[in-house]
Ligand binder design. Structure first.
Ligand code: FA5
Length: 341
C-alpha cells in the first residue's frame, strides 16, 4: 500500500466514525501495532534509500494527521455523549419516587374505640383513663371482690412479681380511681387495654374494654337500659336485637349481661355465637353500695350504674370478623380492608 492509498482510505473511513467505539476501531486500523501506518513504516525499509527520507516524512505527516483527527474526534464524541447522558438522566425533583410508600391507616380497633368514645361523649360522658399495671386492691378488693372470694376466678388473672400488682383484668378499677378523686355527680367512660388468661375465637389474652360509670342522686336501672340501648342503636346504626340477662358481678347489684343478636349469622347460629344466635357484648348493673362506700361516697345519698363493654366483640360484629385473633396478627391483607376508617 502506498502513502496516498492509506491517506485516501483515511479520508474515507473518517467520515464513518460516529461513536467512540467506531473511533477505537478506526484508531486500531490506522495507528494500532499492526495498523496501516505501522505497515507503511515497515515497507519503508524496502524502499530505495534515496526516497526513504521523503517517504518517511510523508508517513509521519499522515500519522500526525490521523492522530490529530483521533484526538479531535474523541473530544467531540465524549462531549456529545455527555450531553446525551445529561439529557437522558435529567433529574426532575417533582417526579414521584420509584417506591411510593403506602400510607398507614387507623387500626380497626382504634377506630372502634374512637367511635364508641364519640357516641358516649355525645351523651354527656367525659373520658378517664387508668394504668394497665394496676393495684390488686383497685382491680379486686375495692370492687367488692376480697381475697379468697370465688369471684376472683371469674377473671383468670396475670399477676406480676411485684406484690399487690397485676395486669388489670377489666377497666372497672377506673371506677375506683375516678370516685377517689372526683365527687359525684360523675358521668365517665374509660377505654383501655385489659388482660386475661383467655384464648379462643372470641377471647384474646389482651383485649379492649370501655368502662362506663354514672353516679348521682337519681339514676336508676331504667336509665341504664336506655343509655345502653341507645348506644347500641347509634353504634350499629340500626335496631339490633338486644337482650338483658340477669347476671352476677360482685361490684354491681342487680347485675345484667347484655347480648345482641349475632350479626355474623343473623341469629341462625355459628361458630362465633357458639350456635346460640346471641353474642354477649357487655356487663352492667347498679353500682354496689359497698363500692361507693369503699371510695368514700355516701351510698345513702348517691347511686350509680356502671357497664363494661368488650370493644373487640363490637368490632367483630360491626365488620363481620369471625376470629378475634385477626385484630392482633397484623396481617396487612386483613388490615388493608379498613383503610377507609
Ligand atoms: C367485666 O369485665 C366487668 N368489669 C364488666 C362490668 C363493668 C360489669 C361494670 C358491671 C359493671 P366481663 O368479664 O363479662 O365483665 O367482660 C365484659 C366484656 O368483655 C364481655 O361482655 C366480653 O364482650 C368482653 N370480654 C371478656 N373477656 C374477653 C376476652 N378474653 N377477649 C375479648 N373480649 C372479652
Amino acid at each position: 500500500m502506498t502513502v496516498s492509498e492509506v491517506r485516501e482510505r483515511f479520508l474515507k473511513e473518517k467520515e464513518a466514525v460516529k461513536t467512540l467505539k467506531d473511533l477505537e476501531n478506526f484508531r486500531q486500523l490506522f495507528l494500532g501495532k499492526k495498523g496501516l501506518i505501522s505497515q507503511l513504516f515497515k515497507e519503508l525499509r524496502s524502499a530505495p534509500p534515496e526516497k526513504r527520507k521523503e517517504l518517511g516524512r510523508e508517513i509521519n505527516l499522515l500519522r500526525e494527521e490521523v492522530e490529530s483527527f483521533v484526538r479531535q474526534k474523541a473530544k467531540e464524541l465524549k462531549e456529545k455523549e455527555l450531553q446525551e447522558r445529561l439529557r437522558r438522566e435529567r433529574l426532575d425533583a417533582a417526579l414521584p419516587g420509584d417506591t411510593v410508600l403506602p400510607l398507614g391507616a387507623k387500626h380497626p380497633l382504634s377506630a372502634v374505640v374512637e367511635e364508641i368514645t364519640e357516641i358516649f361523649k355525645g351523651m354527656g360522658f367525659t373520658v378517664e383513663t387508668g394504668p394497665e399495671v394496676e393495684k390488686e386492691e383497685y382491680n379486686f378488693d375495692m370492687l367488692n371482690i376480697p381475697k379468697e372470694h370465688p369471684a376472683r376466678d371469674m377473671q383468670d388473672t396475670f399477676y406480676l412479681n411485684r406484690k399487690g400488682y397485676l395486669l388489670r383484668t377489666h377497666t372497672s378499677p377506673v371506677q375506683v380511681r375516678t370516685l377517689l378523686k372526683k365527687r359525684p355527680p360523675v358521668q365517665i367512660i374509660a377505654p383501655g387495654r385489659v388482660y386475661r388468661r383467655d384464648d379462643d375465637p372470641t377471647h384474646s389474652p389482651m383485649f379492649f374494654q370501655v368502662e362506663g360509670l354514672v353516679v348521682n342522686e337519681t339514676v336508676n336501672f331504667a336509665h341504664m337500659m336506655w343509655v345502653l340501648k341507645e348506644f347500641l342503636r347509634r353504634f350499629f346504626e340500626t335496631e339490633v336485637p338486644v337482650r338483658f340477662r340477669p347476671s352476677y358481678f360482685p361490684f354491681t347489684e342487680p347485675s345484667t349481661e347484655v347480648d345482641i343478636g349475632c350479626v355474623i349469622c343473623g341469629g341462625e347460629g355459628c361458630r362465633v355465637c357458639k350456635n346460640t344466635g346471641w353474642l354477649e357484648v357487655l356487663g352492667a348493673g347498679m353500682v354496689h353500695p359497698a363500692v361507693l362506700e369503699a371510695c368514700g361516697v355516701d351510698a345513702e345519698r348517691y347511686r350509680g350504674f356502671a357497664f363494661g363493654l368488650g370493644v373487640d366483640r363490637f368490632a367483630m360484629l360491626k365488620y363481620g370478623v369471625d376470629n378475634i385473633k385477626h385484630f392482633y396478627e397484623n396481617d396487612a391483607r386483613f388490615l388493608r380492608q379498613f383503610l377507609s376508617l
